[in-house]
Design a protein. Sequence first.
Length: 428
Amino acid sequence: MEYNVVRLEAATSSEHLRALEEVKNFRTTDLGRGGKDRWTYRLLPESALDIELQRRSVLRSTSFVDSITFQPCTAHTSPNQDRYCTEEWDLQDGIWRFSAIYDGHCGLDTVNFVHGQLPAMIRMSLQVLLSKYQSSAVAPELVSETISHSIQHLDNSIRADLFDLLPCDQLESMSDFEFNRLTKQQSCRWATISARCTQGSTIILALSDPQRRNLWVANLGDSQAVLVQKGTDWTGTILNSLHNCDNPAELQRILREHPGERECIWDNRVIGYLAPTRAVGDTWLKVPSTYTHRAFAKHNPKWISPPLLADYAGRILSPPYVSNVPDLYHLTLDNDRETFLILCSDGLLDLYGSSGGQSSTQVLANKWAKIISRSLVHSGKATGNLAFYLLRDAIGGSDVSLVSQNLTLEMDEKWMDDVTILVQRLIE
């Protein structure tokens, strides 16, 4: 057997220098995990950090809101599951402003459904309400009810579609052959329903009236809203509690609703699986376990193995375990104070290592207020994306090495949650 031998010339000294030059800025990190595993990142010069952050983010500014969404991990393996919406509604009494962040989990189907349907549902319901009560006479609590009912109706529609295709009593008596035949005949419909039922989305949204006197905030899940106001100093006020098991009130609510069920909360998650305790979707945690055993296990979702899914299904004894009822907050704004509203997905809190505790989040709220005040001085009111400045601080601020790590880490798995930030100008 003959072999073709490839002979390579030895590198010259200048080529050695170029090779060393190419790798001199590479560093490794253990991400604070300890152990032997290390991951490579590229140390960027300070002058390149903002440019690289802008390149890896999606930024947008409108007349009333600055936004940014960020996921530095490889897009084809870790797509950003956050969605956001900013709209102005020209209703009969003037321009209403609506903004929202939807934080999806386990896939894109449910979060895209929420993103596509919810704004129009709230707008139409609000329009009916304004027509009925002649606009200015509408009580704030009625607007709150309108928002809450719209969110619950959207979630209930997912469950209704499931029950329409597969009534519970019919599913229990159905043979595997009959189930397979039905889902094959209704393959497109079943694919849509099963995806929405096994995925979920949290919601944080804000609505302000034309006079900018009233602000409504709705929360379903673990995203955060913070009001930033200028007084003798700039301060941040937390507007909502988070719906997760770090919130004692949420933990007690679930334990109270499922007495004697030791595994309804396990490992600080709903049945050991889900971190947020309220969401749209996650329907398999809201319906009898028959659906998980007979239907969703056969759907074989990519996000979970069949044995693990069967284990979780065994803990579903008295659904629902995940609530679709949002918390609503109404505020009367002071038109004499410069005011901003920050909405953010939980990924921003995670970057600071915050669990959502009241004290730690209050520290962050005041920190964000200071960042906004400095950014206004730095950029003026007409230019500069305020959400960008918040994100830059969260990924490391003035720590060049940490910012570089968060931007250029080379790692196969997703090392950072999706981050979306909206900064709305309420009163200027």
